[in-house]
Design a protein around this ligand. Sequence first.
Ligand code: 2AM
Ligand code: CA
Length: 283
Amino acid sequence: MAETHRYTLGGKSFTAVAVNTAAKAGEWVHSKLGNYSNLSTKYSSSDLVTEVDKGSETLIRNLIHTHFPDHAFLGEEGVGAGPAASSQALRKAADSEYLWVVDPIDGTTNFVHGFPFFSVSIALAYRGEVIVGVVYDPSRDELFVAEKGKGAYVRGKRLQVAPQRALSDSLLGSGFPADRDYALPCNLRGINALTPKVRNIRSAGSAALHLAYVAAGRLTGFWEIGLNSWDIAAGALLVQEAGGTVSDTLGNPYSLEVRNVVASNGLIHQEFLDELAAAGATK
Ligand code: 2AM
Ligand code: CA
C-alpha cells in the first residue's frame, strides 16, 4: 500500500477521520432513538427512511469533505430508490480515485422500532478497492475498524473469525430483504434449505453489523441477496482482515458491485456456497 494512503492535509489519516465520523454520527443517531418525526418509505412499504438517516448522512458527508474536499462520496440517501438507481450511482462513482461509501443508518427498521441493533457504516475505497472500513454500533458502543493489510479491531482487540469447520456447527446470519418480488423469495429459499443443516440462523436487521459479527467470530457466516454497496463495503473489509472470506453467491471475489453477498470464516465457505446453489438461492 502506497504511503500516500496514510497521510494527507493536516496529517489526519483516513482511518482517524472514518473512526471519528462514524462515532459522531452514531452518537447523534442514538440520541434520536424514539425521537424521529418524518417516517417515509422508499422502494417498498418495508423500505423505511427518516429525517435521522438524512441528517446522519449530511453530518458524515460534511465531516469527510472538511478533511478531504476532493474525495467522492456515495451515500444511501443521495441515491434514488431501488437496485437500478444504486448500481448506476456506483458506476458513476467508480472512476473516482478516492470514494467514500456510506450507510448513515444500517438497520433503519430497527431504529424506527427502538430495537437496538443498527449501525453507521463508513468505507473508503481507493481505485475501487476498499482500504478502510468502520462499522459503529452506538447501542453497545462497539466500533469495529479495519485497515487493508493491518487487521480488524474492536476496542483495541484484534478480531478473528470463528473456528467452526462445518456448516452443521455454524451459527449463520441472514436477512429478510425489503424487495419482496425478487430478493426476498430467493433469500427465503436459502433460509429454508440451510436452517435444518446449521446450528441456527439469526436475522437481526443490519447487514453491516452482521458482517462485523462474522469478523468478530460471533457468527460463522452471513449471506443476503439484493444488498447495496453501502451495506457491505465496510463489513467486507472487516471480515477479510479478520481472516475470513467474502464473495458473491456464485463464489466470485468481493468487489463494490457485489449485491448478493456471502461472508464466512473461510472454512465453511465452499459448503455454504454449494448449499445455496443446490437450493436455487444464488440470485
Ligand atoms: P438499511 O436499514 O440501510 O435499509 C436487512 O435485511 C438489511 O437490508 C439492512 O442492512 C437494510 O439496510 C438492508 N435493506 C433494507 N431495504 C433495502 C433495500 N430496498 N435494498 C437493499 N437493501 C435493503
Ligand atoms: Ca440505511
